[in-house]
Design a protein around this ligand. Structure first.
Ligand code: SF4
Length: 396
């Protein structure tokens, strides 16, 4: 689609694919287990939803598309390519649009990857999680470590030049040596991007009953693993651009950066969230309910809110400090017409404790600060809300 009512606003698209072959022990994402029977109906609903929404998105240029899940690679390459074709026809994509596929090592095959590459997918994020097969089995993952290098190789041969691997540390029975071995093997694959997440045991997941087990690494060991990863990956040329994300130069995930930099994105599919200007909304979290609502023209939204100026200022701090880009006084004061002084006082203190640093006028956390970011951001938000440090007079 071209022409009509253009301006230069960019938008990220997120498509949620809530289908997995089976459920991992730690997972609380919105996904179904082995429900191939639902896929044709879901595909039809997604296409209808995208087609109906396209005219409302005409003024945007789409510069990122992200297919997340669930396991999009299990959903089927033909379905994904069909969705991408529809997006290309109905919306305006930038020539360098980043198009990401989330995949699991056991559900990628060469012909499907080639098909997706041709359809415009240019980034793949593979859930590797660990190089320890016993841990993978315990977590209910369907693949072994040996399938990870094979999946990376297939992606490369299909023409993917931007490959990311997801890893988890702090896993049950995982030692520091085991984590170090995972990182070593992963670095041998020389991919462009790595995400390293600390295990969180969520209530309602099968892992929950092991939450007090001595096999679960304690906070100190988890912190140690995190700092080890930051140091090791830096040594291997990966730039930490967010608490949990590391990339070779110019390979940061442009789509995920939109979340942290408060840019606009539109979600499609069950549980998908959108942020357009001050509006936030989330679609029904159940795949069958989503299909029904789309087909019958019923309300799809289960949560919505209008974000106030002070909430936006809080998000700027909360999300900006997750990134290496950090936050900046002038930008904050101009954008939110509020004094930065309450934050400045705290940040100066964090610098003295080695938890933050100021680079080119921007404040950011150090790796130790990232580790304590929940606590530090909580303090900053309190200061922001209460103005408990005497603010300097602000003149617009
Ligand atoms: S593959 Fe991913 S989305 Fe699916 S159950 Fe496992 S962790 Fe959850």
């Amino acid at each position: 689609m071209s022409g009509k009512g253009k301006d230069d606003k960019t938008l990220g698209l997120y498509l949620h694919i809530p289908f997995c072959a089976s459920r991992c022990a730690y997972c609380d994402f919105c996904s179904t287990e082995n429900r191939r029977d639902l896929i044709p109906g879901y595909q039809h609903a997604l296409k209808k939803h995208l087609t109906e929404a396209a005219p409302r998105l005409e003024k945007y240029r789409i510069d990122t598309v992200y297919f997340g899940g669930g396991t999009p690679s299990w959903y089927g390459a033909d379905y994904l390519a069909e969705l991408m074709g529809l997006i290309r026809r109905e919306m305006r994509l930038t020539p360098d649009c980043e198009v990401t596929l989330e995949a699991n090592p056991d559900s990628v095959e060469s012909a499907g990857l080639l098909r997706l590459r041709k359809a415009g997918f240019n980034r793949i994020s593979i859930g590797a999680q660990s190089a320890n097969d016993a841990i993978l089995r315990f977590l209910g993952r369907r693949h072994s470590w040996a399938q990870v290098p094979r999946a990376v190789d297939k992606a490369r041969r299909a023409g993917f030049e931007n490959i990311s691997l997801d890893l988890i540390y702090g896993l049950p029975a995982q030692s520091r040596e085991d984590w170090s071995d995972t990182l070593r093997r992963v670095m041998e694959l020389n991919v462009q991007h790595l995400s390293c997440y600390g295990l969180k045991i969520e209530e309602g997941t099968p892992l929950w009953r092991f939450r007090s087990s001595p096999d679960i690494p304690d906070d100190d060991l988890q912190a140690d693993m995190y700092l080890y990863a930051v140091e090791t990956l830096a040594g291997a040329g990966y730039i930490q651009y967010e608490i949990s994300n590391f990339a070779r130069r110019s390979y940061a995930s442009r789509h995920n950066l939109k979340y942290w930099l408060l840019e606009d994105y539109a979600g499609f599919g069950a549980s998908a969230a959108s942020k357009i200007g001050d509006q936030r909304f989330t679609f029904l979290r159940d795949a069958e309910a989503y299909i029904r609502a789309v087909e019958e023209g019923e309300n799809l939204i289960c949560e919505s809110e209008t974000v106030t100026a002070s909430e936006k200022a809080m998000e700027y701090v909360m999300l900006g400090l997750r990134t290496a880009r950090g936050i900046e006084a002038g930008e904050y004061e101009k954008r939110f017409r509020a004094p930065f002084a309450p934050l400045d006082a705290l940040l100066q203190g964090y610098v003295r404790m080695g938890l933050a640093k100021q680079v080119d006028d921007r404040w950011r956390f150090t790796p130790r600060g990232f580790l304590l970011s929940n606590q530090l951001i909580g303090e900053l938000l309190d200061a922001q809300a209460e103005q408990r440090y005497k603010p300097r007079p602000y003149s617009p």
